[in-house]
Design a protein around this ligand. Structure first.
Ligand SMILES: Cc1cc2nc3c(=O)[nH]c(=O)nc-3n(C[C@H](O)[C@H](O)[C@H](O)COP(=O)(O)O)c2cc1C
Length: 388
């Protein structure tokens, strides 16, 4: 499975093309819409999230509620495009036309300056329209399809918030993936610990008041994994590596951890590694899951636990110094409207990004043209390894 996305933030539409999804997988647009709507929520999100509800149109690859095995294309129309037609239209401009809203002032922390230098865009709108996190809606679309496939195979994925601005939300490690999903879904900051949630919301409101922004840590939890997914035989087949790369590709993500992650550096080996047990009922399993579901680039069959660190949103009311590329003069970059925190939304994005990598690995390892055949192969494999 692979996918491409296309579309500018204020362009006509976002497009996702997903290839390699098996045929005969039940799929309806509402399953994707549910994910898109979840991405738009979270305490502290701005006006755009309220005026525009993302809804998907499936324009290929699905017929009568089932996938065809052909490329699936998803389209999310930008309702606001009517207001941007002149600025974002594809037709050449009339000579006398004035290009409005050109941007010659790169914002620190964004792709503006590097992208302008690289692609020769003196109007940096040409960069920011694509580098904007609006694109993550298209990626969530691909992940939503992956989640449908995984669910049919008994694999569930949940994304939620573990930390905002240094306020940590503890998780009861015995919670199932369904409980994690349900509890975080009911929280305005997508987290468990109500006390921490209250403090997080205060921190978000405070940052907004001060014209500042705050970051945090999102976590994704995956249950129902067969062991042995991914491989140790070649570096680019290590599934933890692939997931890490994919998480790092999310806008504003600056680090990834599996299980104990960086904490492993501070502990003895006996307090890091997970002892191996076997029972008739469960087959092989680990006494603990400190390594977050991976050994040797392969799944252990224990839940995958992966964290991603999101930096504070770079667009600030509080001015940061930058340089106007036309005049070369310094100016203080500040804006009138921005979210102060998007970690809750980013946890939804991360959930879908991880789901896609896992679905991709499964379709590589098992016959994946026809979904019932894939399911049989996964079920047989699960049986085989239980009594190995
Ligand atoms: C869900 C989500 C929402 C975001 N919203 C904003 C935003 O409202 N304003 C902003 O300046 N950056 C936002 N960002 C972050 C920027 O897109 C990102 O920092 C920028 O594109 C530069 O990329 P880099 O931080 O990965 O280097 C958001 C990121 C995510 C994942």
């Amino acid at each position: 499975m692979r996918y491409l996305t296309a579309g500018e933030s204020h362009g006509k539409q976002l497009t996702t093309i997903i290839e390699g999804v098996p045929s005969h997988l039940p799929l309806v647009a509402d399953q994707i819409n549910e994910s898109l709507i979840r991405r738009q929520g979270g305490h502290g999100r701005g006006r755009r999230m309220q005026i525009e509800k993302d809804l998907v149109e499936i324009t290929s690859g699905v017929r009568h509620g089932y996938t065809l095995g052909s490329p699936i294309s998803l389209v999310v129309h930008n309702d606001d495009f009517k207001h941007w037609r002149d600025i974002m239209g594809d037709a050449p401009l009339a000579e006398e036309a004035e290009v409005r809203r050109t941007i010659s002032r790169p914002r620190p922390g964004h792709a503006d300056l590097n992208g302008g230098l690289k692609y020769g865009h003196r109007d940096m709108r040409n960069v920011l329209e694509r580098s904007s996190a609006r694109e993550t809606a298209a990626r969530v679309g691909a992940g939503a399809v992956a989640k449908v496939l995984l669910r049919e195979l008994g694999i569930e994925v949940a994304g939620y918030v573990r930390e905002i601005a240094g306020i940590v939300s503890e998780v009861d490690e015995t919670l199932s993936v369904q409980e994690r999903a349900a509890i975080s879904e009911a929280s305005p900051v997508r987290t468990f610990d109500e006390q921490a949630a209250g403090k997080m919301m205060e921190a978000i409101d405070q940052a907004k008041k001060e014209g500042d922004s705050i970051g945090g840590v999102a976590e994704v939890y995956v249950e129902g994994m067969p062991p042995g997914l991914g491989s140790y035989v070649q570096y680019d087949r290590k599934l933890d590596g692939r997931i890490a790369g994919s998480v790092m590709s999310i806008n504003a993500f600056k680090g990834v951890e599996f299980g104990l992650g960086f904490e492993a550096a501070r502990r003895n080996g006996s307090e890091v590694h997970d002892e191996i047990l076997w029972s008739e009922e469960r087959g092989y399993y680990r006494r603990t899951n400190r390594l977050g579901g991976f050994e040797g680039g392969m799944t252990t069959g224990m839940p995958i636990v992966v964290k991603g660190v999101m930096k504070p949103i770079p667009t600030l009311y509080k001015p940061l110094q930058s340089v106007d590329i036309e005049t070369k003069e310094s100016f203080q970059a500040s804006i009138e409207r921005s979210d102060s925190c998007a970690v809750p939304a980013a946890s939804v994005v991360m959930e879908h990004i991880v789901a896609f990598e896992i679905a991709k690995a499964i379709t590589e390892e098992f016959p994946s043209d026809y979904f019932p055949r894939l399911k049989r192969a996964v079920d047989d494999y699960r049986k085989e390894v239980r009594s190995f």
